[in-house]
Design a protein around this ligand. Structure first.
Ligand code: BGP
Length: 464
C-alpha cells in the first residue's frame, strides 16, 4: 500500500566532516586524526580520516550525485579543528572558512538544503591534551566561541543548525565502554562529561538566539534514541528498562526539550555518589535554552533485563549498566554484519513518545541506515550494487514512520545514514551504508540500486 508523506518533507541523508572530507588542514588534529596516527591498526583496512571519502576534493561532483539520488537536504558537520586557528580566541583558519563557504554555496546552488551540525565526536585533540576535553567547563566556553563563529560566517545561508550529534556516544564510547579514543573507564567523569555537553548545547543555543541572522533559522540537538524494551513484564525487568531509558534516552532528551534533567536519574546518580558538579546559574541556562527542533538517530532498540549480578554487589567503578543488561531475545531479526537488531516499529514508538511526552515538538529522523560488509558481492554486470536489503530496510522504517506521522507526530523528514559510503571510528570502511558506493582505492563513486530507488521515492513523496 502507498504511504504518502507530508508536503515539503525532507528526503535526505547525513554525513559528517571527519567521516567524509579527508584531512585538508593539517595545523590541528581532531581526536580521530590523532587516534588514527597513533593506532592505525585499530582501523579496518587501515583507511583513516586522512582520506575518508575525499569529499574535500570532490564535493562538487559528490553533491551532483546526491542530487541524482533525490536528496533535498543533507546534513554534514563543520570540524572545529579545521575552522579554527587558535581555540582560545576562536580566530579563523582561512582554508577552513573558504572550504565551508564553498561547500554551503554548492549545496544551495544545486538545490539541496544544507543542515549543519557543530560537533560530531570530533573535538580537537589539543583540547583533550590540555584540558581533558569535555571534562572541562573551559572547553564548554571555547566550544561556544567556535559556534558563534559558525553562526556569524554561515548563518546568512544556513537556517537549520544542530549543536551535537549523539552526545551519549561521547559519554559511552570515551568514558565507559571503550569504543572511542581515549577509551577510559571512569563513571564519575562520564557523568560530568554528559552534564558539560548538555551545558555546552544550551549555551550554544543561547548564543544562537542572540546572533541568528534569519528569523526562520532554528537550532536543535541530534540524539540517538534507543527505546529500551524489557525482557519480561516482571517488576525487576521493568525497572531495568526504566533505568536504561533514563540513562540512554532521557539524560539528554529531557533537558534539551524541557530544560530539566529527569529527577529519577538525578536521584539515582546522587545516591550513587556520582552526580555532576553544577551551579544554579548553569542550570538556569539549561532551563531557558531548550531546542526548537530535534534530530533522532535511530538504528536499533535495546532489549534489557535485570542484571545477573545485583548493583549493590559491584564494588567496581560506577557504571550505568549495573542496573540493566542486554537481553538476547530469541528470534530477533539481526543485521549480522553490524550486530544490531532490525526493529522498524521502534520508529513508530519514538514518534508517539515525542507526540505524547515531549509536547509534539518538530523532529526528523536525522540518521537511520543499514551497514553491510563486502557489498561488492552484490555487484551486477552493469557495475551497480544491488542492495535490495537496504531498500527493504528503508521501506520498513518509512512505513512505521508514516504511521506515526499519520497519527499526529510532528515529523518533517527522513535522513538516511549516509549519502556516500564513508569512514567511521567504529567501523572504518567495513560496513557500508551509502546510497552511493565509494571505491576506497580509486575514490570513484557509483550510485547503488538503493540510490536510484531513493530518488524515485523522494520524487513521489511516497513509499510503497
Ligand atoms: C552513528 C554516528 C555516525 C555513523 C553511524 C554508523 O552513531 O552518528 O557517525 O558512524 O552511527 O555507525 P558505524 O559507522 O560505527 O557503523
Amino acid at each position: 500500500m502507498k504511504k504518502q508523506f507530508p508536503e515539503n518533507f525532507w528526503w535526505g541523508a547525513a554525513t559528517s566532516g571527519p567521516q567524509s572530507e579527508g584531512r585538508f588542514n593539517k595545523q590541528h588534529a581532531s581526536v580521530f586524526d590523532h587516534w588514527y596516527e597513533v593506532e592505525p591498526e585499530a582501523f579496518y583496512d587501515q583507511v583513516g580520516p586522512d582520506t575518508a571519502s575525499n569529499f574535500y576534493n570532490s564535493f562538487k561532483e559528490d553533491i551532483a550525485l546526491m542530487k541524482e539520488v533525490g536528496l533535498n537536504s543533507v546534513r554534514t558537520s563543520i570540524q572545529w579543528s579545521r575552522l579554527i586557528d587558535d581555540f582560545e580566541t576562536a580566530s579563523l583558519n582561512p582554508d577552513g572558512v573558504r572550504f565551508y563557504n564553498d561547500l554551503i554555496d554548492e549545496f544551495i546552488r544545486q538545490g539541496i538544503r544544507p543542515v549543519i551540525n557543530l560537533h560530531h565526536f570530533d573535538i580537537p585533540v589539543a583540547l583533550y591534551q590540555q584540558y581533558g576535553g569535555w571534562e572541562s567547563k573551559h572547553v564548554v566556553t571555547l566550544f561556544v566561541k567556535f559556534a558563534e563563529q559558525c553562526f556569524n560566517l554561515f548563518g546568512d545561508r544556513v537556517t537549520d543548525w544542530f549543536t551535537f550529534n549523539e552526545p551519549m556516544v561521547v559519554v559511552d564510547g570515551q568514558y565507559l565502554y571503550q569504543f572511542h579514543y581515549p577509551k577510559l573507564v571512569d563513571g564519575k567523569k562520564a557523568v560530568q562529561v554528559a552534564y558539560n555537553i548538555q551545558l555546552a548545547s544550551a549555551k550554544t543555543i543561547q548564543a544562537f538566539r542572540r546572533i541568528k541572522q534569519q528569523p526562520a533559522s532554528r537550532i536543535g540537538i541530534i540524539l540517538n534514541l534507543t527505546p529500551s524494551y524489557p525482557a519480561t513484564n516482571e517488576a525487576a525487568d521493568l525497572k531495568a528498562a526504566e533505568i536504561a531509558n533514563l540513562w540512554m534516552n532521557q539524560l539528554f532528551m529531557d533537558p534539551s526539550t524541557k530544560g530539566t534533567f529527569p529527577p529519577a536519574l538525578v536521584e539515582l546518580l546522587a545516591a550513587d555518589g556520582v552526580l555532576w558538579d553544577s551551579t544554579p546559574e548553569e542550570l538556569a541556562i539549561i532551563k531557558d535554552n531548550t531546542i526548537d527542533v530535534l534530530g533522532v538517530n535511530f538504528y536499533h532498540p535495546h532489549r534489557v533485563q535485570q542484571p545477573a549480578v545485583s548493583a549493590d554487589s559491584l564494588a567496581v567503578d560506577w557504571m550505568p549498566s549495573r542496573y540493566f543488561e542486554e537481553y538476547h531475545m530469541p528470534g530477533r531479526r539481526m543485521n549480522v554484519d553490524k550486530g544490531w537488531e532490525i526493529y522498524p516499529q521502534a520508529l513508530y514508538d519514538i514518534a508517539l513518545n515525542i507526540r505524547d511526552n515531549y509536547g509534539n515538538l518538530p523532529w526528523f529522523v536525522s540518521e537511520n541506515g543499514m551497514g553491510v560488509s563486502r557489498e561488492e558481492r552484490f555487484l551486477n554486470q552493469a557495475g551497480v550494487i544491488e542492495d535490495d536489503y537496504r531498500i527493504q530496510f528503508i521501506q520498513e522504517h518509512l512505513y512505521w514512520l508514516e504511521k506515526g506521522i499519520s497519527e499526529g507526530s510532528n515529523c518533517f523528514g527522513y535522513h538516511l545514514w549516509t549519502p556516500l559510503d564513508c569512514w567511521s571510528w567504529g567501523n572504518a570502511y567495513r560496513n557500508r551504508y551509502g546510497l552511493i558506493a565509494t571505491n576506497i582505492h580509486t575514490q570513484v563513486k557509483t550510485i547503488k540500486k538503493s540510490g536510484h530507488w531513493f530518488a524515485k521515492t523522494a520524487q513521489a513523496n511516497q513509499v510503497e
